[in-house]
Design a protein around this ligand. Sequence first.
Ligand code: 26Q
Length: 824
Amino acid sequence: AWLKHQVNGFKDKDGFEENVVRHVETTLARSMFNCDEHAAYSACALAFRDRLILEWNRTQQRQTFADSKRLYYLSLEFLMGRALDNAMLNIGQKDVAKAGLAELGFRIEDIIEQEHDAALGNGGLGRLAACFLDSLASLNLPAWGYGLRYRYGIFKQEIIDGYQVEVPDYWLDFNPWEFPRHDVTVDIQFYGHVNRTQGESGKTTAHWEGGEMVRAVAFDVPIPGYATTTTNNLRLWSSKAASGEFDFQKFNSGDYESSVADQQRAETISAVLYPNDNLDRGKELRLKQQYFWVAASLYDIVRRFKKAKRAWSEFPEQVAIQLNDTHPTLAIVELQRILVDLEGLEWDDAWNIVVNTFGYTNHTVLPEALEKWSVGLFQHLLPRHLQIIYDINLFFLQTVERAFPNDRELLARVSIIEESQPKMVRMAFLAIVGSHKVNGVAELHSDLIKTTIFKDFVSIFGPDKFTNVTNGITPRRWLHQANPRLSDLIATKVGSYDFLKDLTKLNKIELSVNDKQFRKEWAEIKLANKVRLAKHIQESAGVTVNPTSLFDVQVKRIHEYKRQQLNIFGVIHRYLTLKAMSPEERKKQLPRVSIFGGKAAPGYWMAKQIIHLINSVGVVVNNDADIGDLLKVVFLEDYNVSKAEIITPASDISEHISTAGTEASGTSNMKFVLNGGLIIGTCDGANIEITREIGENNIFLFGNLAEDVEDLRHAHTYGSHTIDPDLAKVFATIEQGVFGSTQDFSGMITAVRDHGDFYLVSDDFHSYIETQALVDEAYRDQEEWITKCITSVSRMGFFSSDRCINEYAEGIWNIEPLHVERDA
Ligand code: 26Q
């Protein structure tokens, strides 16, 4: 009823059922008597897919006809999670499906559970791209996503004897959400050499010749907007041998194995997502992935532009391309190559078009995450692109020289080519030079990039080129879908579900903060969500937790800068404190469950050690009869989007405790607060803006400030470095072997004690422990706690990805919504 315009949906539950039965009996070739939950999921997904594809077609026709400017969002990661629940909710027919499935003998929750997550991403950056797609469609903005169709997404994490074990994530077994477009292919060139010819006018043209070809095949995924007919497209490229099945000549000449090997080599390009997050590991295959995807996408975009037969100068009026980090930076070079080498434009005209087309989003200041590729690798793989990069750099450095004469150090600092051994191409600098806007993802982060890593570029291009767009999250998935009961309760106070389209409308619930019935239902919903998580913990980790305990959650990729080690050291401190108490004293303590989750990059030794320590502490603490319910420690295996949908609504407090200045934004912080959890955090990333919005009484901030980090690190290295005494006791306990073999955890201790404590774990430890004590104290006053939660939720409107996308649309892309005619 809340959906004014019914998307070309099912007439009613009978119409839905008819479709499901038809798909079971025809598409799946099964009988209804032999229809298990997976078959029911498949048929249900196919039935909804049919709805989406009709709207998808109409949207594309409408957008083509309107001939308006489109945004193309280039991202190597789209962490989509499950699609069925989202499609049902966005179309507004989950109730219809629920009733229909019930008649067929299924519970809708069980059917939704059958779907494999689409996990084509590592963490924050990939999930942000997925939230953006949801907002773009919901706001009726003409936009496509472009990515890679990995055969294997992020690995599945198993915990065996306390250690992380990686298992391949083969997710394409049955994927009803993609449409192969075998007619949409692009052949992509690699290697080879460059020849030059001179035309009659005397102008030389470069020709990239030889090498090998790999074919890109398009797979389209429909992206439904919420409560609108707009259904945008996510196009993912899959690689295969350009020669078709295999090389017939080789085959006929008896070289069967090598013809199959060629095919497999081509398919390797889109085989697997690199599982590093915030770390640049420069492998040739990664650069191949980047070029393959960027070249196929640009060919597609240019082909679409050419159909309208406009002048090239109009390209930036028709096309905006956003670079999700530096991973697609080659697009800048590729567009310049297309315009100059293939279309014959003059360099300067082409470059104007390029710069006006691209925008670049930076997601990190960590030096180890800034992408660099060796000149030698470029020369080998993409010889023409290397020449173009050198030319871009030459012209850029000439303009710098004119503006800042005789500053050779400046030239060396900003050069796209780092004059190191070996020489490296600095992708972030190339992205800045080739874009008209560069943005960070939270205010502090955007300030930091302007004053540190990109400082020189601010002097060169002026401050206006650099801007901030604070991240956001989609309230559809992260409130309505993950926490339907809270969404329904909020709707009773807002008077409608309009807050899902305009999240600032949440502020209406603040009027009900003292409403007894509202508060009671609020508390009941939180408890129910915790009961659900407790059940999951029991089933997956085998640990029994009391749902009335304080649930303390830290779920995110495991990284030293995110400081899960600070958290687990704090847990050990709590354990020691409880152990030292008399039984009477213990009875007065507040029971707490410390919940961890997250994947470590497979080659990240320290991150794996952290996981092992968490599990080892769990074994000891969870089985200590002195402790009982007062403290439980749980590591949840295989954290992913669909598990986040269970975990996020169930937290009382969540931890966002990065070393100040290192977490660009964070987005789970927003998800937790939106779901009525409070947060403990450092003054970092979006925590700062969350504090500004919800008020400093509603957040537990601690620790040193970003501006002091440099001095503290300096003092560690050059002054005397004393470890916090409480932390020293924690270390001593670990070293006594209380949690198993001491050498297993020695790396984590020496990093803090002997190797300069780069992440300031010791500096922040005392403040962290004190603040956790404040959390306990605050939680004891449940009335006040609930007030804080409701107040916080009511003030979270700013963090919708709709707000964020509107800022990009206005300030960077210059695109407008395409209004959708409403059916009678
Ligand atoms: C680079 C080169 C080679 C291989 C892998 C990579 C690579 C892959 C993924 C580098 C970085 C990433 C992912 C980064 C990421 O997720 N960053 C997060 O982005 C979020 C959305 O803006 C922010 O909220 C987080 O603060 C930031 O850490």
